[in-house]
Design a protein around this ligand. Structure first.
Ligand SMILES: Cc1ncc(COP(=O)(O)O)c(C=O)c1O
Length: 392
């Protein structure tokens, strides 16, 4: 990688990994690092009450985004923790034996690694396969529910190929069988309308840094309506967050998360229109100039508006990324696994083809991207493609 280039000069096309913080979010957060520094649990004085009020406001804004109630939102350090808490809060480590959970083969590692630990502790896990659009078979899901099934955890939208599940269909099935339904909605939030009541979702994970908020702050929605979810804490301490998640609240982070939630709710429609335009523009222009190019995952209309995952037959994605890295940031798969040279588990599950998995790139569009930037990217990718083709 070319470390000496100022990152500000590089066009960022990896918004599934993280997003830049919105300046309005930063502005909202700053006072909570300085003058308004109180501990939100210090109810005996005004510094604490002031911080507590800010947390309450943020909680409402986040709840609003998914049609939940503020008291159903628990703050965590991010979606990794939320995913862990959803699974091991519902089925504590010591109770895992004999319990069954259902998930999909193409979840984020925060779910997959938790599931593999669940199995190590003596639990049973069913990993549902997905079709070439990155979607589970809903009938197979229903058939997989057993007497001892406690939880179904299926993502709302995939972070690599942008596939989107029909959450209400899953909620219908899980409710019918009396099984809890958790969804990792990190990539879907602000892009797809989610209504926890209509979709019969019992738990839902989100993270601020994917919606132009700060890193290190996330939330878990835990339904308090019937069937009410009761979680055992995985962290023990001061009993914050209704005793479900101990630890001094990250007030500036929470305030930023709340602001980001408000902004994304306000801007969702216009941002999605912008992304759909850029997504179609990029795909059509590239396909014209590299006819061999193939789309991984669902067709444009049914995938996340900010996502493209492209198979460039014959060209290793690592070489393209390296060749273009002085001007563009994009990735070969999910960010959490980029330092491990392994084919993407998502593409492997969808296509079972290692070459395809090693020859694919992921583009995540963001609100600062423009057609002009994409023109530059297209030119560079086409040039890089020809060079690499000649070299091989
Ligand atoms: C679908 C999904 N789930 C969970 C996570 C983890 O989120 P966090 O970075 O907040 O721990 C990510 C981040 O890459 C993600 O894309």
């Amino acid at each position: 990688m070319s470390e000496n280039i100022p990152v500000e000069d590089i066009i960022y096309l990896d918004h599934h990994a993280t997003t830049p913080m919105d300046p309005e979010v930063l502005e909202a957060m700053i006072p909570y690092f300085t003058d308004h520094f109180g501990n939100a649990s210090s109810v005996d004085h005004l510094h604490g009450v002031d911080a507590g009020r800010a947390v309450a406001n943020a909680r409402s804004s986040i709840a609003n985004l998914i049609n939940a109630e503020a008291k159903e939102i628990i703050f965590t350090s991010g979606a990794t923790e939320s995913d862990n808490l959803a699974i091991f809060g519902l089925i504590p480590y010591e109770d895992v034996e004999g319990k069954h959970i259902i998930t999909s083969e193409i979840e984020h590692k925060a779910i997959l690694e938790s599931c593999s630990y669940f199995a190590k502790l003596g639990g049973e896990v069913t990993y549902l396969p997905v079709n070439q659009h990155g979607i589970i078979d809903y009938e197979q899901l229903e058939r997989s529910i057993q007497e001892n099934t406690r939880l179904v955890t299926i993502f709302a939208a995939n972070n690599e190929v942008g596939s989107i599940h029909d959450l209400s269909k899953i909620g219908e099935i899980t409710r019918k069988h009396g099984v809890f339904f958790h969804t990792d909605a990190v990539q879907a939030i602000g892009r797809v309308k989610i209504d926890v009541r209509k979709d019969k979702i019992d738990m839902l994970s989100i993270s601020a840094h994917k919606i132009y908020g700060p890193k290190g702050i996330g939330a878990l929605f835990i339904s308090k309506r019937s069937p009410r979810v009761y979680l055992t804490p995985i962290l023990r301490g001061g009993g914050q967050e209704g005793n479900v998640r101990s630890g001094t609240l990250n007030v500036p982070g929470i305030v930023g998360f709340g602001k980001a939630a408000k902004l994304i709710k306000r801007d969702m429609k216009s941002m999605n229109t912008q992304f759909r335009d850029l997504q179609a523009y990029l795909w059509e222009k590239l396909k014209k100039r590299i006819p061999d190019l193939q789309l991984n995952g669902p067709p444009l209309e049914t995938r996340l508006p900010q996502n493209l995952n492209l198979y460039i037959p014959g060209i290793e994605s690592k070489s393209v990324i390296q060749m273009l890295s002085k001007r563009f940031s994009f990735s070969a798969g999910s960010a959490c696994t980029t330092d491990v040279v392994k084919p993407s588990h998502v593409l492997m599950s969808m296509y079972g083809d290692e070459n395809r998995a090693y020859q694919s790139i992921r583009i995540g569009l963001g609100k600062s991207n423009s057609r002009e930037e994409l023109d530059m990217f297209i030119d560079s990718l086409v040039k890089g493609y020809s060079l690499l083709q000649n070299m091989s």
